[in-house]
Ligand binder design. Structure first.
Ligand code: SF4
Length: 189
């Protein structure tokens, strides 16, 4: 397939346009709190890597957010390792693959965690309010909420893709990076 490259300055814009709700949530929490807990750093870091963010840019991206709340030295000591680890540059040096929908849906979520699938893990009123804030039209919103109530999270995500792109998606959604790639493909025609 086509190989995309993304840079830190693009992320907020493409998060709004092309990220699935799980990754948009992680980006929003990172932007507003300047922090993500371990599960979020892993989930979002691997997603961004697969979306085409280089290791250098990933270090820059995480550093610029985290150092709004902590000393540079602390970031370098406690968090830079994790960024490099996601790229297989530390520890077992595995080139870790980004998490699929199924894996994210099955993850356990603790207090303060921002990872997970919003369709599965958000309280209904919170999810509904967020989708409204994202500009999902009423008809699609009620379809999505109906699918969520029947635990059809990935089909709900497909409806979300269709509502945000005003187009039909032939394939289902099984991976956040696939959601992103379908979006980029659609936007660039
Ligand atoms: Fe993310 Fe998949 Fe959930 Fe969509 S269905 S929000 S891509 S985990």
């Amino acid at each position: 397939g086509q190989h995309h490259v993304i840079t830190p300055d693009m992320i907020d814009h493409i998060a709004t346009k092309s990220f699935p709700p799980c990754m948009r949530q992680l980006n929003d929490v990172l932007r507003t709190t300047h922090h993500l807990k371990h599960g979020g750093r892993l989930t979002y870091g691997l997603f961004l890597k697969a979306a085409g963010l280089s290791l250098e840019d990933a270090l820059h991206f995480w550093r610029s957010h985290f150092t709004k709340n902590m000393e540079l030295d602390k970031f370098e000591r406690q968090y830079a390792y994790g960024v490099r680890y996601n790229y297989g540059k530390e520890g077992k040096r595995t080139d870790y693959t980004p998490y699929s929908c199924l894996k994210i849906i099955m993850m356990s979520i603790g207090p303060g965690d921002a990872h997970g699938c919003p369709f599965k893990h958000c309280d209904t009123p919170v999810l509904k309010q967020r989708l409204m804030a994202y500009g999902i039209p009423t008809q699609a919103l009620s379809e999505i909420m109906d699918l969520v109530s029947k635990s059809h999270y990935q089909i709900a995500c497909q409806r979300y893709w269709e509502a945000t792109h005003n187009a039909t998606l032939e394939t289902g959604i099984n991976h956040p990076n696939q959601f992103f790639e379908e979006s980029q493909k659609y936007i660039s025609g």
